[in-house]
Design a protein. Structure first.
Length: 343
């Protein structure tokens, strides 16, 4: 971990809307130098930078972090980082895995890995792959999108909760210190709310009340968070039952959520904002969806603890079918030629 008096060297993997705002926050405070890895928007960002309209930062044109790359740099070739911040979609059913993706840049026992990603149990593959590295949890509450490559619209403030996933191979004090250091660097510019999270699992279960339910239902129905609330009985018979199942699973796992959490999550986005949550944005673009970590993991955890979760189970398999369709379109699954299928 870097000395707090010097800039931290940060590799940020995922240069979309959330990643761009994260990079901007880290560089604004002048306590981090960010190398960002972009994919589909690499040409736009490397040539012209980001054009950002932000409720936190205002309007910024042609902004770039310290470096813009289109591939993970190799630590063996001198590119070493204090932090690797992962802001990519977490799609464990589509290779490569995140642990394999970042492997060239990870220095065992040194690099702190920060997962600003959705879902439950996302740390387990990373801790298994890098047992001597600290892995931090980042739960982000932000409204941002990228309507065209390199153009970022942020219309909901960036609030970030950072805490340490429990790595049994490392001391709790060392892991907490890493979380505190990252919070101080991310907050240094004064443009965002970033705080230490000492209840990582509780926070993730709480966000799942929104993500497992509204996120997936909006994607399946192609309705944004405003329209789903206007759509006859969708909230009463789809959204609310799914959310109550997540609340029950969280309780069984030892995490009592507030009594108001269901109503809070249903009403989180102003109705007339007509916000497409991340999974709906992905289905509209034909992208892969994060259904395993935000639906599959809480479903498996809840059912293992004896919690009935019939709504979540249906949502999970509907999303699995959507994912299969996208895999077929990309040649990742094959089907028998027409007329050759024998029952």
């Amino acid at each position: 971990m870097a000395d707090v008096k010097s800039k931290a060297s940060v590799l940020l993997v995922g240069g979309g809307s959330v990643g761009a705002i994260a990079a901007l926050n880290l560089e604004t405070g002048k306590q981090a130098a960010v190398t960002i890895v972009c994919r589909s928007n690499f040409n736009a960002v490397s040539q012209n930078g980001y054009n950002i309209k932000s409720c936190d930062h205002g309007k910024i044109n042609n902004w770039k972090p310290t470096k813009v790359l289109n591939a993970i740099p190799k630590a063996s070739e001198g590119s070493t980082f204090d932090y690797i911040v992962c802001v990519t979609k977490n799609v464990p059913d589509v290779p490569p895995s995140l642990s394999d993706l970042i492997r060239p840049a990870v220095v065992p026992g040194k690099t702190v890995i920060v997962l600003i990603q959705n879902g439950l149990n996302i740390e387990k593959p990373l801790i298994a792959a890098y047992p001597q590295n600290i892995v931090l949890s980042g739960v982000s509450l932000i409204g941002a999108n990228e309507p065209s490559p390199g153009h970022i619209d942020q219309d909901f403030p960036d609030t970030l909760f950072i805490g340490a996933f429990a790595n049994p191979n490392l001391s709790p004090q060392t892991q907490k210190a890493a979380a505190e250091d990252f919070v101080s660097r991310y907050s240094a510019g004064g443009k965002t709310q970033c705080s230490l999270d000492t209840r990582v699992d509780w926070t993730r279960w709480r966000k799942l009340v929104y993500n497992s339910c509204l996120n997936s239902i909006c994607a399946i129905t192609d309705l944004d968070t405003g329209r789903i609330r206007l759509a006859d009985d969708a909230v009463a018979h789809l959204v609310r039952p799914a959310m109550l199942e997540i609340v029950a699973a969280a309780k069984a796992a030892g995490h009592e959520l507030p009594a108001t959490v269901v109503d809070d999550m249903i009403e989180m986005d102003p109705l007339d904002m007509y916000l497409p949550p991340s999974m709906l944005s992905d289905t509209r673009k034909g992208n892969f969806i994060e259904y395993e970590n935000i639906l599959g993991e809480p479903l498996r955890e809840g059912e293992k603890l004896g919690v009935p979760m019939p709504t979540l189970r249906v949502l999970y398999y509907l999303c699995q079918a959507i994912q299969w369709k996208n895999k077929e379109l990309r040649g990742l699954v094959s089907i028998p030629p027409k007329g050759n299928y024998v029952t």
